[in-house]
Structures are given as C-alpha cells and as structure tokens.
Design a protein around this ligand. Structure first.
Ligand code: PEP
Ligand code: MN
Length: 318
C-alpha cells in the first residue's frame, strides 16, 4: 500500500499538478496507491499555514475523477469526519497530535459510526509521544467502526523509535503497518534509507509526502519529494516481504537506535562535565572531590545490582 501526496492541499493547481504527475508515474503492478493531502493542518504555531479547509475537498474530487486515484485526508474532529465523508473522501487518517488524545480519537470513531457514508479505511499514526500501548488502544477505538484500520509509523521527535513500532507489530501482527519516513526524519535526504529499513523489517508500505514543487511548499518543505523522486523510490522498494521472520532485523534496528541515544546521552554528560570543570576552575575548587566521586560510584553500583548490570561494568564506564 502506497500513500502519496503533498503535506497540504495548498491550491487547486498545486494539488492537481502533483496528482497528475503521481498518476503518470504509478507502476502498473501497484494495485493500491492512495493520494493524500492535509486539508486541516495541525501546526505548532498559529501563524503557520493552517490548510485550505473545506474548499480543498472539491479539489480532491477532481483528483478522484481526473486521475482515478482514491484520496485520503487527515481528520481531528467529528466535523472534519462528516465534511470529508460527505465529500466522498475514500480514506481518513488521524495524525500524531490527535493520536495523543484518546478522547479525540474516540470522537472521530463515533463520527465514523454515525456517518451515512463509510470510508474505505482508517489510518492511525503513532501518537507524538512514543506510546505503543496508546497507539494500540487507538486502533481498538477505530475497530469499533467496521472499517479496516491501518497503522502508520511516523516516529517521535524526528527519531524512528523502532521499539514502539516493534511492540505494536508484535501485539497486532494482523494490522497493516506503513512507514512515514518524511515526518519520521523531517529531511528528504533520509527518506530512502528509512524505506530500505522498513522493507527489511517487513512493513506493508509507505506514506510519503510528494509536492510538484517541494521548495515552495507551505508546510514541511524540507521533507517532501518530487513526483519523479517518489516514482524511483516505489520501484526500488516494492514492499513485498521476502521472508517471514524479521525478528533479527528488528532487534538490530532497536540496538542501533539505542546506541545512537546512548552516545547522545554521553555527549550531553560530557557537556555538563565540562561546565562543572569551568565552574570549579573559576572558583578555585580542585577537579576531584573524593566524597562526591565515591557517592556517584556507589549509587550507580547499587542501581546496577537490581538492573542485571555488573558493578564492574559500572566501575569501568565511570
Ligand atoms: C501530516 O501527515 O502531514 C502530518 C501532520 O503528520 P503527523 O501527524 O505525523 O505530524
Ligand atoms: Mn506534513
């Protein structure tokens, strides 16, 4: 399954130019390509582009009829759900910010249940906080509709958080899992590597932001690909799992990410250590205070005993 389209529907011209380019590039063998566009954008700053709103639903109707592509929009409220479904939108997705609020997800699910028109699928991104169980709970909320549910992994704070995705995959292997490498990295140059990784891990497809002129995009300009770049990527990564057991690849992904985090923490620690050194120098305090040093070592060794780490390892690291 391949979800593709701009971060935001900005103008009718931008939307149709992007959709036409995508439709022309679609490989014949790809049965499921869905065109995405944000209509109501949840932005960090109230001064940023908030999406074109209702009028963009009409532009999406042109994408459906002129390009033959099913369309998906992000919804955050019951009003979004009824407007999108009344306009014939095929798929709805819930974004990471809304996913952090179970009451909002519940309200979206209830609006779908009450709607006279049903979508073909509901996609749910992981919440902005790395909470696999909330992501799973949100899937269960959406499953109370009878619409098929798809999980979208977009990471947190521009990190994948593979462990969160692995927990969800292990708990719900029956739910299709897509990767959203654009929001995961915030950088178009990292998209291909994440697609390669996701294919190795047995994901079921991608959600990728594509814009006819990415450098002029009103939102997420740094992470959107051109249609041509997307066309090359979907041919290279067709997302057909080559083997059934992806456990070792998952464990390695988690290990590498843990190492990245570990080294970053060490870097942070070194910076604090340097500041302490500078303060001591300024105040004529000796570099080492034996009492303080012993306290740090003892406290960590005690901790190590209850965490399956040998006190010798603690000693060596400190
Ligand atoms: C989006 O898909 O454009 C979006 C806002 O994503 P997220 O909810 O992952 O931040
Ligand atoms: Mn976006």
């Amino acid at each position: 399954m391949f979800i593709v389209g701009p971060c935001s529907a900005e103008t009718e011209t931008q939307l149709l130019a992007t959709a036409r380019a995508v439709a022309a590039l679609m490989p014949d063998s790809f049965e499921q390509v869905i065109f995405r566009a944000g209509v109501w954008k949840p932005r960090t700053s109230p001064d940023s582009f908030q999406g074109a709103g209702m009028v963009a639903l009409k532009w999406l109707n042109r994408v459906q009829t002129e390009c033959g592509l099913p369309v998906a929009v992000e919804v955050a409220t019951p009003e979004h759900v009824s407007a999108a479904l009344a306009a014939g939108v095929d798929y709805l997705w819930i974004g990471a910010r809304t996913g952090a609020n179970p009451i909002a997800v519940q309200a979206v699910a209830e609006a779908v249940i009450q709607s006279p028109v049903q979508p073909r699928g509901l996609m749910i991104k992981n919440p902005v906080n790395a909470d696999a169980m909330l992501w799973k709970g949100n899937i269960e909320r959406l499953e109370r509709t009878s619409v098929p549910v798809i999980a979208v992994h977009r990471g947190c704070n521009h990190r994948p958080c593979w462990q969160m995705a692995y927990e969800l995959r292990s708990a719900r292997p029956d739910i299709p899992l897509l990767i959203d490498p654009c929001h995961m990295s915030g950088d178009k140059n990292l998209v291909e590597g994440l697609c390669r990784m996701a294919q190795t891990l047995g994901y079921d497809g991608t959600m990728i932001e594509v814009h006819c002129a990415p450098q002029t995009a009103l939102s997420d300009a740094r992470q959107q690909l051109t249609p041509d770049e997307w066309g090359a990527l979907v041919r290279k990564y067709p997302f057909r799992p080559v083997c059934d057991d992806h456990t070792l690849a998952w464990l390695r992904a988690m290990m590498d990410e843990t190492d990245d985090n570990l080294w970053q923490v060490i870097e942070e620690r070194m910076k604090i250590s340097r500041r302490i050194g500078e303060w001591k120098q300024l105040h004529d305090v000796p570099v080492l205070q034996r009492e303080r040093f012993n306290e740090i070592v003892e406290r960590r060794q005690e901790w190590a005993l209850s965490h399956a780490i040998s006190p010798d390892t603690v000693d060596a690291i400190l």
